[in-house]
Design a protein around this ligand. Sequence first.
Ligand code: ZN
Length: 333
Amino acid sequence: MITRYNRQTRYQRFGAPGQQCLQTMHVMIFGAGALGSNIAEMLTRMGVHEISVIDMDIVELSNLHRQALYDEADAQQMLPKVEALKSKLNKINTTVKINILYEELTATNIEKLLSDSNPDIVMDGMDHFEIRYLINEACHKLQIPWIYGAAVGSKGTVYAIDYKGPCLKCLLQAVPSTGESCAINGVLPPVINQVVSMQVSELMRYVAGEGFSKKLITIDTFDLKQQAINIDSLKNDRCHVCKQGEYELLNKTRSSQIESMCGDAYLFRFKRQAFDYATYFPGHIIKENAFAKLIQYKDVNCTLFKDGRMNVHGIEDDSTARQLYEEFNKQLK
Ligand SMILES: [Zn+2]
């Protein structure tokens, strides 16, 4: 055991005590996309005790340029990312316990998920901004430290949050929320690795007992720039989340049936049975397996998941989305 990890334990500030602590740690990773898969790979190689990953997507060809470990065969087979990830991680380090959850992270399940699995720390690998405010509330309520990470275009942001310092809501002004997304603005692979490295560095500091850096780190990989702002002074004394303990998003129990995603994409939510009744939907099932069905209808491409979620590509506006949703939904009645 000692020789396997001795290149990291020889670094004195981490050392054998840091490694021992890492080997008792349970890390929960939200998302198995670019950030999540890379975080999972690094932590598995480093010998963390246990990893739990939650993600609802299947592997697609357009993921492969930046997402660790996935390959063309996974995309061809439409494997859930968590399934593909687990089998690869198991080959890298058999001593690490890997738990996977093939489901969507929502206001309805996040709290139970966290209290059931009881992780020591949460790593953020989500790809849309709003969900992070939900993570912020859940982690504050349950007093779990978490490490925010985001990447879009050439830019990345990292911020490690514990329940004593400023929370994400406190930093609202400082964290860029421009509605940018990977699907519209693209994302450069190196910024993923930079963000992941910083997130794992924060985790290592935490494990080694030095605590988080208390910095909001921003990176631009194309301009080769990096900035770190000290955030201690940014704690908002009137923050609804970390000062008053009001968890507005966490208390919202119903997810909307139609949600606009990035680019020309929408997320539809049908009843769970939709997966079994997909043959009644208009259009054709062009490919399917136990986890997902690809449906083509006119110019619209749909991926229907086991839990009744459907990713729809090729819709430009909300009213067309609503029309299409109703058209599908009436087949289920
Ligand atoms: Zn706050």
